[in-house]
Write a new protein. Structure first.
Length: 148
């Protein structure tokens, strides 16, 4: 066998091994990110701040059309977390993950049976959620704890 054939065969084997390893890592990341997303919504359903706090990065920011522009974790807890009291359930309709970014579209229900539908963008780093940007759906509103 010529050296070029051996080199080509070796290069093919190494490329195949590397691509499988990369795919395995990517699959692990996707599964890890999906688990974090499910835990995020489960924390609201279970009214469990500690559960949520464990998966949010210390530098976490939240953005929404309700005047929240990259608010930090402390402000998020004060402003947004109280809405958990009015949140009953989430049905995740679509979860799309690409690297360290994800988009989730869901139907949510309030404790008094009202529907709200949103899409949220998540960013991940080192096994935690670093950012959430919420886009409210038309014709419905998020479960707000503030009296109007």
């Amino acid at each position: 066998m010529k050296i070029t054939k051996i080199f080509a065969s070796l290069l093919f084997v190494l490329t195949t091994i590397c691509s499988h390893a990369g795919f395995a890592q990517q699959s692990q990341d996707i599964m890890g990110h999906e688990k974090l997303i499910k835990q995020y919504y489960a924390a609201y359903e279970q009214k469990d701040w500690h559960m949520l706090e464990l998966i949010l990065d210390n530098g976490f920011t939240f953005t929404s059309p309700a005047g929240d522009d990259h608010i930090n974790l402390k402000v998020y807890k004060e402003r947004c977390w109280p809405n958990a009291v009015n949140t009953k359930k989430f049905d995740l309709e679509k979860v799309m993950i690409n690297g360290d970014d994800a988009y989730v579209t869901y139907n949510g229900w309030t404790t008094d049976g009202k529907l709200f539908r949103n899409t949220e963008r998540f960013k991940f780093k080192d096994g935690k959620i670093t950012e959430n940007e919420c886009f409210f759906g038309p014709g419905v509103s998020f479960p707000n704890n503030a009296k109007k």
